[in-house]
Design a protein around this ligand. Structure first.
Ligand code: COA
Length: 260
């Protein structure tokens, strides 16, 4: 992979993806979106990666939104195509089959907030600011903000954020459930790594099926979601890891999972 706008590393079953345009506050242009698609496709198919961490370069921004230089120039046909492409990249991240932890190290605005919401969950540094300022530019959210934000925080709070375009603090984002934890900037990646380690210790297929049950189930009526859960539960019961996990408990030893 020839990456110009992202840094990508793998260590101890964790993939580290860093959006790397700090001079433009890591704004999402088409090149960044293309590279995100490339990197997350590789992560999806790489059995050595169990969890991905997504963050921004520098100490100021996770992502300060879609690139306004591109937005300023594109025509409606291009805008429609870019939006569909961007939404597909965020869908890829949301449905990767592996947890992706958003590490918000500063501004997460517009497309940055939307990218974070497509991740499995979010941690923020104390200096992070979140928001959907699109209405200030005469546009609306285009990478899922009008859909994922109300699902995460409820309709009233989502509309307040989307209609005012105002930034909210990391602490406020935590209070409304948009981020899970707020930590000092220096502890952001170590805290995400500690959570990742706990996930990695668990059975890989159980993690994958849990992500599927929650992601797909939330879009279904409860009865269908429960049916999906029962189906995935029974598939999990057919895995070698279920045999190993239950046997290890009964034998009072640590389980050794194989993802089979
Ligand atoms: N697209 C393109 N460039 C962006 C950008 C974006 N979304 N956000 C920031 N930048 C660029 C600025 O143009 C500036 O570039 P320059 O140095 O070449 O002029 C650089 O990043 C630094 O940003 P700056 O505005 O000088 O930093 P600041 O600390 O004064 O303000 C923000 C930070 C985040 C409040 C401000 O940059 C901002 O409002 N950005 C746009 C947020 C937005 O509307 N996002 C949604 C887009 S749909």
């Amino acid at each position: 992979m020839n990456l110009q706008n992202l840094k990508f590393e793998k260590k101890d079953q964790i993939a580290y993806v860093t959006i790397n345009r700090p001079d433009k506050l890591n704004a999402l242009n088409q090149a960044v979106m293309g590279e995100l698609r490339e990197v997350f496709t590789q992560i999806k198919d790489d059995p050595e990666v169990r969890v991905a961490l997504l963050t921004g370069a520098g100490e100021k921004a996770f992502v300060a939104g879609a690139d306004i230089n591109e937005l300023n120039k594109n025509n409606p046909v291009e805008a429609k195509a870019y939006t569909h492409k961007g939404q597909a990249v965020l869908d890829l991240i949301e449905n990767l089959g592996k947890p992706v932890i958003a590490c918000l190290n500063g501004y997460a605005l517009g497309g940055g907030c939307e990218l974070a919401m497509a991740c499995s969950f979010r941690l923020a540094s104390e200096n992070a600011k979140l928001g959907q300022p699109e209405v200030k530019l005469g546009i609306i959210a285009g990478y899922g903000g009008s859909q994922r934000l109300p699902r995460l925080v409820g309709k009233g709070l989502a509309l307040q954020i989307l209609l005012t375009g105002e930034q909210i603090s990391a602490q406020e984002a935590q209070r409304i459930g948009l981020v899970n934890e707020v930590v000092p900037l220096a502890e952001l990646i170590p805290r995400a790594e500690a959570i990742a380690r706990k996930i990695i210790a668990n059975a890989p297929l159980a993690i994958q099926y849990t992500l599927e049950a929650v992601n797909k189930g939330m879009e279904m009526p409860l009865a269908e979601g429960l049916f999906l859960e029962a189906t995935l539960f029974s598939v999990a019961c057919a895995t070698e890891d279920k045999k190993e996990g239950t046997a290890a408990f009964l034998e009072k030893r640590a389980a050794v999972f194989k993802g089979k």
